[in-house]
Each structure stands twice: as structure tokens, then as C-alpha cells.
Design a protein. Structure first.
Length: 196
């Protein structure tokens, strides 16, 4: 990670990493303990963080896993399908995934062998954004390139997904994750709009 990264960029990368961590799988006790130590301000984003921290203090790993499975996996499918292709076309593995793969190839980002999910999963996209901000994969994008990646692969559907997550019937621990994600996406959209 680039030690010369400005504080605001590091914070952005940290938010993306938090979302990637929470949405790639259920938190274990160590993750819950870390989340419980977070605190937020009175902004909408801060309120989501405060709510998540309070829930992390009383949520067991088993309860988090049950909720995660019900929301994202299910017996046939979960309550939500956290994939860009699905949100944009109504089907999995469609043109948005092909566009993402081409964009990843352009930056030399390869799919990890241990990841079985399509790359347009919300957790993977958040992880990629964090890495592109910090230069973790050897490529640190300019703000203009980050803007292009974000607006092509996240801004077009992630706010809707996070709104759905916040209001999902089975969402308790994950409701504030939805609020955090939605508020953060709104901040990113506005920040990129102001810079263009």
C-alpha cells in the first residue's frame, strides 16, 4: 500500500474494504469485535456506522452467518442477488460482467483462483475499488480513472442494491451495512460529479 496516500483517499479505500469484508462472507468474532469498536458522527454515514457497531456487540458469528446465508445464498437463492449483471439486466453473467472483465484486464487485475463468484459481485467490486485507490494490485488509478471505473461498474446499480439491503425483510445486522453502503455511494457519486 502506498504510504504517500492522502488521508481522504485512505479513508475511501477503508470504506470500500469494510464493505468488501462484510459482503464477501459473514463476519467471525474477530470481525465483530473490530466492528463493535467503530464509532460514527451524526451524518447519515456515521449513523450507519454507529448502528452497525451497536449490533456487532450483540450479534454472534452464528447469527451473522444465518442472516448472511438467508440474504445472499438461500436454499435456491437468497433474498438478494448482489451482482451487477442481475441488477442491470435481470440475469446473471450478462454484458455488464463482460465489460467489467475487460476493464479488469486493462488494469492487469486477475480473478483470484479461490473466488467462485462472478466478478460483478458487490464485495468484489468494493475490493477492486479499494485496491485501485491504494495501488494494491500495482495499479493506482488517477481520480479520473477511478471515476470511470466507479461510474461504469458501481454507480449504475450499487445504490439500488444497498437500498434493497437496508430494507430487506431478513436484514437486521446487514440493514446498517445497507445504510453505510448507500450513503457512501451517494458521497462517491457527488464527489466524482464535482471533480468532473
Amino acid at each position: 500500500m502506498d504510504q504517500g496516500l492522502p488521508e481522504e483517499e485512505r479513508l475511501r479505500a477503508d470504506f470500500y474494504a469494510l464493505l468488501a469484508n462484510l459482503l464477501s462472507g459473514p463476519p467471525d468474532q474477530a470481525n465483530l469485535d473490530q466492528i463493535a469498536a467503530l464509532s460514527g458522527d451524526q451524518s447519515e454515514l456515521g449513523q450507519g456506522i454507529t448502528a452497525l457497531a451497536k449490533l456487532a456487540k450483540i450479534t454472534t458469528p452464528e447469527a451473522a452467518e444465518r442472516e448472511y446465508n438467508a440474504l445472499f445464498i438461500g436454499l435456491g437463492r437468497g433474498e438478494l442477488l448482489p451482482y451487477g449483471s442481475y441488477y442491470l439486466t435481470g440475469f446473471l453473467n450478462e454484458k455488464p460482467l463482460a465489460q467489467l472483465r475487460a476493464h479488469m484486464d486493462k488494469f492487469g487485475i486477475e480473478r483470484s483462483d479461490d473466488v467462485k463468484e462472478p466478478e460483478d459481485h458487490i464485495a468484489t467490486l468494493a475490493e477492486i475499488m479499494a485496491a485501485l485507490i491504494t495501488g494494491q494490485h500495482g495499479v493506482r488509478l488517477s481520480l479520473a480513472d477511478q471515476d470511470a471505473f466507479f461510474n461504469t461498474h458501481l454507480a449504475v446499480w450499487a445504490p439500488h442494491f444497498f437500498t434493497d439491503l437496508e430494507g430487506a425483510e431478513g436484514s437486521l445486522f446487514y440493514a446498517p451495512v445497507g445504510k453505510i453502503g448507500r450513503a457512501f455511494m451517494e458521497i462517491e457519486i457527488e464527489a466524482f460529479r464535482m471533480q468532473s
